[in-house]
Design a protein around this ligand. Structure first.
Ligand SMILES: [Ca+2]
Length: 176
């Protein structure tokens, strides 16, 4: 009985340590992207659609789309039709994308007649300029994003296995 109690105590404290590591690591990786504001800063003229007979002047304004490339894939933000980015266009990121997993931001002029990549940047801070555009990243902390990140790592997988085994051992021991 004494040995059993000791083993149970060791398992319980190991689970406790795992829990603390889990929380700390998750907080460190819990920042998610909320929105990215793209502003045309030049030099030169902002891109416009090719004038075609029958298309109004208003439609010549660019149709921007922002793609967020991350380690888990690519998230396409909604296209904002016929709007200049001179005053800034805010792209909301609907999906949970951790800031630490962003590889690249790609600004596309998604004209119905042909797409064109306007700018491509690697995230190196909260405000990056490239190819005549500035990208301002707004983020916030999300517990879910932190947990998702944690359990996607090898350490997280090992720990979740360890915790599962620990709980299983405790349950088994209760019946011995
Ligand atoms: Ca247009």
């Amino acid at each position: 009985m004494k040995t059993k109690t000791r083993i149970a105590a060791v398992v319980a404290s190991a689970v406790g340590v795992f829990a603390v590591i889990l929380v700390v690591m998750s907080i460190l990786h819990s920042e998610r992207v909320d929105a990215i504001t793209v502003t045309f800063i030049g030099p030169g003229e902002e891109v416009r659609d090719k004038p075609i007979l029958g298309i109004g002047k208003k439609d010549l304004a660019p149709d921007y789309r922002l793609d967020v490339v991350h380690t888990g894939g690519k998230h396409r933000c909604a296209t904002v039709p016929n709007r200049s980015a001179a005053q800034g266009i805010k792209f909301t990121v609907a999906k949970d994308v951790p800031v630490s997993q962003i590889q690249e931001l790609v600004l596309v002029e998604a004209d119905p007649l042909g797409h064109q990549t306007m700018a491509r940047v690697q995230l190196s801070g909260k405000a990056i300029s490239a190819d005549g555009y500035r990208f301002d990243v707004a983020s916030s902390r999300s517990f879910k994003v932190g947990l998702d990140w944690f359990f996607s790592t090898a350490v997280g997988k090992a720990i979740s296995l360890g915790v599962t085994l620990g709980i299983a051992i405790v349950i088994v021991m209760m019946f011995i």
